[in-house]
Design a protein around this ligand. Sequence first.
Ligand SMILES: Nc1ncnc2c1ncn2[C@@H]1O[C@H](COP(=O)(O)OP(=O)(O)O)[C@@H](O)[C@H]1O
Ligand SMILES: [Mg+2]
Length: 238
Amino acid sequence: MGAVVEVEGVSKTFGHGELAVQALKPCSFSVQPGELAALLGPSGSGKSTLLLSISLILEPTAGRIVIAGQTVYDHGWTGIDDRAFRRRHIGFIFQQHNLIPFLTAVENVALVMRLNGIGSREATRRARELLGYLEIEHRAGSLPANLSGGEQQRVAIGRALANEPPLILADEPTAALDTERGTKVMALLRRIARERRSAVITVTHDHRMIEGFDTVYHLDDGVLTKLPARGAVEAVAP
Ligand SMILES: Nc1ncnc2c1ncn2[C@@H]1O[C@H](COP(=O)(O)OP(=O)(O)O)[C@@H](O)[C@H]1O
Ligand SMILES: [Mg+2]
């Protein structure tokens, strides 16, 4: 199987003329199934811009993006149904959990399965199973407001995994957590890459969190560079 995501010469400029800001200079990279990649860089360096472009939320200015073998962007969107595509192929984890406040943990996870056409009972069963995998099944009936920050983030990860997407994108998923909980969330993302063979790209500006990644990218003022990875656990199949 080929790369889950291939980015070729993707750039993004906000605004026009004198006010134009090139948030992302042309950048290229790819991520394989089972690979855990970190994206580091200071605030304002273009990390979210890159992640939102890959998730078909923000339109790049130029370049090409291929996800799961489908060209989604080629100097313009290629006309795929972005919502349906995202639901099937991409799980997104935000800095803030973004859970629906009036739905319980299990309902939050089941909802995205329902949107993908899975029946109510089956969705609930699978959502419970997923919460079990994330070691949070005992909180299945709780509303987000009654969960701790770490628990909320695990439910949000459950939601991102719900439709078993080949690509998981996380934008500073540990920013709202203390170091211990943050480390656990990172360990969970690592396990997801290893066991479920998803490609995982996680943005962090916390250098304490970069142990155990297969690949580490650094963004500085919109320029992407690949750093030597530290502590890569296993070789990634091409
Ligand atoms: N919607 C927008 N309109 C204009 N400028 C933006 C917008 N989003 C981001 N930027 C600018 O692009 C640059 C990169 O932002 P961002 O990708 O959010 O950085 P990071 O996630 O690394 O903190 C910053 O200079 C930011 O001000
Ligand atoms: Mg950001």
